[in-house]
Write a protein that binds this ligand. Structure first.
Ligand code: GDP
Ligand code: MG
Length: 385
């Protein structure tokens, strides 16, 4: 998951680090020259002082000393000189290191940032991040980076953290569906969920996964085969129902989907079933048709939750679909399927920002258990660690 994006971001951060390092070296020219001059002066001054000290001493004593004493004295003197030289050297080093520390940092200006972001933007586009999300990332990153003094040593970490924070603020924290259902069941039964999304996005499979998950939490459900349009869709849902021991309410192909939804809800009420999961057809031949059909289902079923199901791998298309469904019927949450085969992650990064709705789950395979609760922290770890 997100392998391609992760690799690209890593390359980008390392590349930016190298570039800024090169720039800091070039830009510190005049400053460094000033330091070098100061250093040279200090070094010369220290040397001069040392020399004076050394020269003063023999003058006082040499005339009075015997040859041996003189010899001994010389030995002591040399040792003392050595010690003093070492101390002075340490002092110079300390000073030099301190100067160096000041000049290995870089303050990012507006131009630096634009240059930096232009390159990042290409990577984000390549990874299917939606333009609206890219714009938001640019603003978030600008706030984090422009005018900030960045130490060369911390460059990589700083860029990574800034990017992590910027992406994090695009993702909306999701809620715990099981907890939500349990709470609402205390007030009203059944809890009705409608699943929207285009053909092949994974709606039927996801409904089966959700039904399986509910079952493991002792929440009962009934499935409504309200996709009366697509060939074999009813049989597909029935097969899942059989596998999971969950009832499927159906009518004939071509029947009114809203009527199927109505039947399923009536059935749940009669049998005291906790939830109704409504499968729909993803007909998108014209927006008006879809609007009418979906609106009717919603009017009849009065769902507690409207979930958009999209394929993570389709990137921008999934984001555009989510936007269209949100504008027509209004969605409450998102499930992105096929995240297991999505190396780019663009839809996952963008869809919440564009719709302002949370991602609840990621589909990560074709088994019933392959539904992963969306976790912001985990996503960021997948991209960066
Ligand atoms: N790898 C993978 N395949 C999935 C996932 N979810 C659904 N699929 C597959 O996608 C195809 C279409 O799914 P389906 O549920 O029929 O889509 P629908 O037309 O929206 O109902 C099927 O072959 C599913 O097995 C997923 O999370 N990962
Ligand atoms: Mg289907």
């Amino acid at each position: 998951m997100f392998g391609f994006l992760k690799r690209k971001i890593k390359e980008f951060i390392t590349g930016t680090k190298k570039e800024i390092e090169k720039e800091t070296k070039e830009e510190k020219g005049p400053g460094e020259r000033a330091i070098e001059r100061a250093e040279k002066e200090i070094r010369e001054k220290t040397k001069k002082e040392e020399k004076e000290k050394v020269e003063e001493k023999p003058k006082e004593k040499s005339e009075k000393k015997e040859a041996i004493e003189e010899f001994e004295e010389k030995g002591k003197k040399e040792k003392l000189e050595e010690k003093e030289e070492k101390e002075a050297e340490e002092k110079r080093d300390g000073l030099f290191t301190r100067f160096k520390k000041i000049f290995v940092s870089k303050k990012l200006g507006e131009d630096d940032f634009n240059n930096f972001f232009d390159k990042l933007e290409l990577i984000l586009i390549e990874n299917n991040v939606a333009l609206e999300a890219i714009d938001a990332l640019r603003e978030n990153l600008r706030k984090e980076l422009v005018g900030k003094e960045i130490k060369r040593k911390e460059l990589e970490k700083e860029i990574e953290n800034a990017l992590k924070n910027a992406i994090s603020s695009l993702l909306i924290d999701s809620f715990d569906l099981i907890e939500k259902i349990k709470t609402e069941l205390k007030e009203k039964k059944p809890y009705v969920i409608v699943f929207f999304g285009i053909n092949g996005s994974g709606k039927t499979t996801t409904i089966a996964k959700i039904a399986y998950m509910l079952k493991t939490h002792n929440i009962t459900s009934v499935l409504a085969a309200a996709d009366t349009f697509r060939a074999a869709s009813i049989e597909q849902l029935e097969k899942h129902g059989k596998n999971l021991g969950i009832e499927v309410i159906k009518q004939k192909y071509g029947a009114d989907p809203a009527a199927v939804a109505f039947d399923a809800i009536a059935h749940a009420k009669a049998k005291a079933i906790d939830t109704v999961l409504i499968d729909t057809a993803g007909r998108m031949h014209t927006k008006t048709d879809l609007l009418r059909e979906m609106e009717k289902i919603c009017r009849v079923a009065k769902p507690s939750l409207k979930i958009f199901v999209g394929e993570a791998i389709t990137g921008n298309d999934a984001v555009e679909q989510a936007k269209a469904f949100n504008e027509t019927v209004g969605i409450d949450a998102i499930i992105l399927t096929k995240a297991d085969v999505d190396e780019k992650g663009g839809a996952t990064i963008s869809v919440s920002h564009v719709t302002k709705k949370p991602i609840l789950f990621l589909g990560v395979g074709q088994e019933y258990g392959d539904l992963k609760r969306f976790n912001k922290k985990e996503i960021l770890e997948k991209i960066f660690d």
